[in-house]
Design a protein around this ligand. Structure first.
Ligand code: 13P
Ligand code: ZN
Length: 289
């Protein structure tokens, strides 16, 4: 089968198109990876031509000898649909999980995304917890980024605020959201910090940069990113209208929701908020948390 006829490749391309249409992928912003199933590799491997081995920049032994479909570094999501072979590639890892080689794609040259260490370390953590996890998606989600300038960079605060802004959120991401303070992107250090959070969460925010989502398939992963970003958009809108919320969902109401929807919501996110004196100048600063 031609690579572009494979279902997983079509779904990958559709995901880049959806993200681009929502404005999360200015220029070459964002990247996407998919851990390819054995039978899917078999179905397209007749097209593979191996290039030379290159270092990943980190070590992912639990992913040794696996195959991935990834976006190219410096490539624009907006161009993937029209020219997939120029903008995405299939790579294979060596038997130590330390090197990769390109087998298909990037026909005009290039290399996989500069965030390959983060993608692979996240996929490795997720595979160890649940082998069905296959997708990692990084997007420059505008409203989540905006909130990293005004909310404390704490998992508890971001989780609670996102949960409050859309009732579906605690059901869609009951484990919560992790936050990585600002770090230089593109290397092992930020990959290590992000993959630590991926042990607990399916979503990790990069302060002043964007977000990573992980999931079992493209719909689930994209849907997760979309849900969190929409919730952030609602909070940005609310804070643009008023310095505080007049009413919101309360901890006991979350507990009731958890019971009815059969999800477990960690108590660390259901903290009591202090009553604020909104008459003082200081408290009129953003005080949603
Ligand atoms: P790449 O073009 O290398 O994928 O980088 C884009 C990006 O968003 C870096 O964080
Ligand atoms: Zn980025």
């Amino acid at each position: 089968m031609k690579v572009l006829d494979a279902k997983f490749v079509k779904e990958f391309i559709k995901t880049t198109e959806l993200g681009f249409s929502l404005g999360w992928h200015e220029r070459n912003g964002g990247n996407l990876s998919y851990r390819i199933k054995t039978e899917e590799v078999e179905s397209v491997k007749e097209n593979f031509v191996a290039k030379e081995w290159q270092g990943i920049g980190t070590s992912v032994p639990a992913l040794a000898n696996e195959y991935f479909l990834v976006t190219g570094s410096g490539k624009y999501f907006g161009n993937v649909k029209e020219n997939p072979e120029e903008n995405i590639c299939i790579i294979e890892l060596d038997d130590k999980g330390e090197n990769y080689r390109i087998l298909w794609g990037l026909v005009n040259g290039g290399r996989p995304t500069s965030e390959l260490p983060s993608h692979l370390m996240n996929l490795e953590v997720k595979k160890k917890i649940d082998p069905d996890y296959r997708v990692v998606y990084h997007a420059h989600t505008t409203n989540i980024i905006a909130l990293t300038f005004i909310l404390p960079l704490k998992d508890e605060v971001f989780t609670r605020e996102l949960w409050e802004m859309a009732t579906e959120c605690p059901v869609v991401f009951p484990d919560g959201v992790g936050v990585v303070k600002w770090m230089v992107p593109g290397g092992k250090e930020i990959a290590v910090e992000t993959s630590k959070l991926m042990k607990q969460y399916d979503l990790a925010i990069w302060a002043h940069h964007g977000m990573f989502a992980a999931g079992r398939d493209f719909d689930e992963t994209f849907g997760l990113m979309h849900t969190a970003e929409k919730s952030a958009e609602i909070l940005v809108k609310v804070l643009s209208c008023a310095p505080q919320k007049r009413q919101t969902i309360q901890p006991d109401e979350f507990r009731q929701l958890a019971k009815d929807f059969g999800v477990t919501l960690p108590e660390k996110f259901l903290y009591e908020k202090e009553a604020k004196n909104l008459n003082s100048e200081k408290e009129l600063e953003i005080n949603v948390y």
